[in-house]
Ligand binder design. Structure first.
Ligand code: UDP
Ligand code: MG
Length: 309
């Protein structure tokens, strides 16, 4: 029996590129020697994307659609696609053709060699602009310092996983706030990576605002590192040490009536700044705890096409 490949695609207002994505990807998939299904996850699109997906699903039974009741975000969309997939191998990619479908045959070869995790490493990102590229570099530096978990710089949401890895993700990684890429890179199993160049978007504009990216970065740090929580200990030690030095100094020099108004104000501001920052950091962790505790669904499916689940 032929093996099955599931291609998972998250879609949020991608009317400009969907047709082209479907055409180019299908053309590549015809030649891989595996059966295939393309699972589009419609992440609450407000444009013509749902209608286009419906039409594609009617024309081609290998096109499957999972539609969310609202926008739940890219991460939730990928998880939903993986949940609904039934392939022996699963490839996650974006709808905007920044993840070239031409790479899929190479990924298939890796699956056939027995690799369970194939991470696609971006060597270049044309469309992101210098700010996003710089911010992304800085983020990876920071998270690698903060966390024991290793994050590959340039690893993207373009990756391949085996059925086995998918079931581990499905069973055990159900956090509300998550960073799929981080799990995929650190789940173990026999893994390999393939390099690719991210071209420009095929059409439309990026759906990730700077704000969304910032939120994602903060969440990732909170999820993968508890070091920020311990900053308080270091700040406390440092403040205590400074206090002791000043105490000894004052005792030995026997200073009389203090001048030093500026010193006091500066110290006070500095101390409060550190204190508030630490409270804010603790707040971030509590917010994550709170979200997890509420145990709301990661995504809500409104309807599906060509899927009988
Ligand atoms: N996306 C999504 N939900 C969102 C934002 C984005 O499903 O809330 C999808 C989007 O349709 C695309 C992929 O995630 O297929 C990557 O988004 P985009 O290309 O805008 O990000 P960039 O490549 O600019 O980082
Ligand atoms: Mg993109």
């Amino acid at each position: 029996m032929e093996r099955l490949l599931s291609v998972v695609v998250s879609v949020y207002n991608e009317e400009e590129v969907l047709e082209r994505f479907y055409r180019e990807t299908s053309r590549v998939l015809e030649g891989i020697g595996w059966d295939y299904e393309i699972i589009f996850v419609n992440d609450g699109s407000a444009d013509a994307s749902p209608a286009i997906l419906k039409r594609l699903a009617r024309q081609d039974g290998r096109v499957k659609v999972v539609s969310f009741s609202r926008n739940f975000g890219h991460e939730a969309a990928m998880i939903a696609g993986i949940d609904h997939s039934s392939g022996d191998g699963i490839v996650c990619m974006d709808a905007d053709l920044q993840h070239p479908p031409e790479c899929i045959p190479d990924m298939i070869r890796c699956f056939e060699e027995g690799f369970q995790v194939i991470s696609m490493v971006r060597t270049k990102n044309e469309s992101a602009g210098w700010f996003k590229n710089l911010a992304s570099k800085a983020f990876y530096k920071l998270i690698n310092v903060l966390s024991d978990v290793r994050f590959e710089d340039g690893a993207s949401d373009f990756f391949g996983i085996s059925r086995k890895v998918a079931s581990v993700l499905k069973e055990n990684y159900r956090e509300r706030i998550r960073f799929l890429r981080g799990y995929v890179q650190n789940i173990g199993f026999k893994r390999t990576s393939i390099e690719y160049e991210a071209g420009a978007r095929a059409g439309g504009h990026s759906k990730y605002s700077i704000r969304k990216l910032f939120r994602l970065s903060v969440n990732t740090i909170v999820c993968f590192s508890d070091l920020p929580l311990k900053l308080g200990i270091y700040a406390g030690l440092l403040a205590g040490l400074m206090g002791a030095v000043v105490l000894v100094y004052t005792l030995f020099t026997r200073q009389g009536a203090p001048g030093g108004y500026a010193t006091i104000v500066v110290l006070l501001c500095f101390m409060f700044a550190v204190l508030f920052l630490l409270v804010g950091i603790i707040g971030e962790y509590i917010a994550v705890l709170f979200t997890e505790l509420k145990d709301r669904p990661i995504y809500i499916v409104e309807e599906t096409e060509n899927l009988d689940r």
